[in-house]
Ligand binder design. Structure first.
Ligand code: ADP
Ligand code: MG
Length: 349
């Protein structure tokens, strides 16, 4: 579907490893005081002074985590950064630095890596992140990207998965299921394209959910919002694998149960109509879809008035004693045990 618009193909061999690193990193500027030395020495040197340092890493493999037949490289670079930052934000921390390691086969010319780094640079600019290192090597097949994100936080602000108490309210930012339904649209169009490469699909009605899949954003605004509302979350996690499995993580780590109310799950109208079109249950999509990168957190019940009615936040349930287990309370008022059907990277093909 996405044609190689770049006719020019500069082979990576021509630049050599050091030329390539310099070329890819030359347009990044450093913004954080904590960065003493960035790219160019044997190691970066950072100084977080009295703050704690947070660190999180992800590895993305072509064919497993992304499909370049419908994911533009610029979007891939952007998303690869964003999903890492989301993990830092899920600790109620500020993201500050990344390292980017790539392995590319000879199928990828310099122009392709330029596009990838354009997306990485865009994310660094938007989220005010310093690129301070990485590694560059070749692969025998496909593209691999590993990003490590660092962040800082005052020790007392860090929010773990294990702080939820019975009766705490369960809150989620934004809306759910969009990224999964966006992927369904892209997969469908890929199949159409295989049969008829000249087809011109009208993707406009789906633009919101396609963007949720291809260009997700990480919620760096929620920590700020909670500060303004004077709410300290008791536990927090980001939604990478689907609401259901993330709730179960909070329950397990905090040793609590949970009642989740089906009618409270926030869904965008585009998600609802796409679910009708694909004849999939929208609640299942929100529970198991994944890749929404919204934040899921718990707050003390006393904070109800502060959270209530906020357009960025939905109260979707409450925590219980662990003996009660984790359940979905359906619209019809039945109580169904939640299972982790979040996307499983080890599922059989
Ligand atoms: P070494 O041989 O010591 O691993 P490299 O030549 O791989 O050093 O890297 C030189 C510098 O460039 C280091 O600061 C490293 O962190 C940085 N670097 C290497 N590859 C990348 C990349 N893909 N993106 C950003 N920085 C990189
Ligand atoms: Mg190296």
């Amino acid at each position: 579907m996405i044609e190689d618009k770049n006719q020019e193909r500069t082979s990576l061999e021509k630049l050599g490893e050091f030329g390539l690193i310099e070329h890819l990193t030359k347009n990044f500027s450093l913004q954080h005081q904590s960065t003493e030395t960035g790219v160019g020495d044997d190691a970066a040197v950072l100084d977080f002074k009295t703050k704690k340092t947070l660190l999180s890493t992800d590895l993305l493999i072509e064919g497993v985590h992304f499909d370049l037949s419908y994911v533009p490289l610029k979007h891939l670079g952007y998303k690869a950064v964003v999903v890492n930052l989301s993990d830092i934000f899920a600790m109620n921390a500020t993201a500050t630095h990344i390292t980017v390691s790539i392995a590319a086969s000879n199928r990828f010319p310099l122009e392709a890596l330029n596009e990838l780094y354009e997306g990485i640079a865009l994310a660094c600019k938007k989220y005010k992140i310093d690129l301070v290192g990485g590694d560059t090597t070749s692969s025998t097949k496909g593209l691999l990207i590993s990003i490590t994100a660092l962040g800082e936080a005052n020790p007392s602000n860090i929010t773990y998965r294990n702080g939820a108490k019975p009766n705490d309210l369960l809150v989620v930012s934004g809306d759910l299921g969009g990224a999964y339904m966006g992927l369904q649209i892209l997969e469908r169009e890929k199949e159409v394209y295989k049969v008829n490469p000249n087809s011109q699909p009208d993707l406009e009605p789906y633009s919101y959910i396609i963007e949720r899949q291809l260009k997700p954003e990480a919620r760096n605004d929620i920590a700020e919002l909670l500060k303004i509302l004077k709410v300290t979350p008791t536990a927090m996690i980001d939604i990478s694998d689907g609401l259901s499995s993330e709730i179960l993580h909070l329950c397990k780590n905090s040793k609590v149960g949970c009642n989740l109310y089906e009618n409270k799950i926030p869904l965008d109208p585009t998600v609802i109509s796409a679910c009708e079109e694909f004849k999939i249950d929208s609640t299942m999509v929100a529970l198991s879809g994944g890749e929404d990168y919204e934040l899921l957190f718990t707050v003390d019940q006393q904070d109800f008035e502060k959270i209530k009615g906020n357009p960025n936040l939905s109260i979707i349930g409450h925590m219980t004693d662990s003996a009660e287990g984790a359940h979905l309370i359906t619209r019809g008022n039945s109580k169904i045990p939640l299972t982790a059907q979040g996307w499983n990277s080890f599922k059989s093909e």
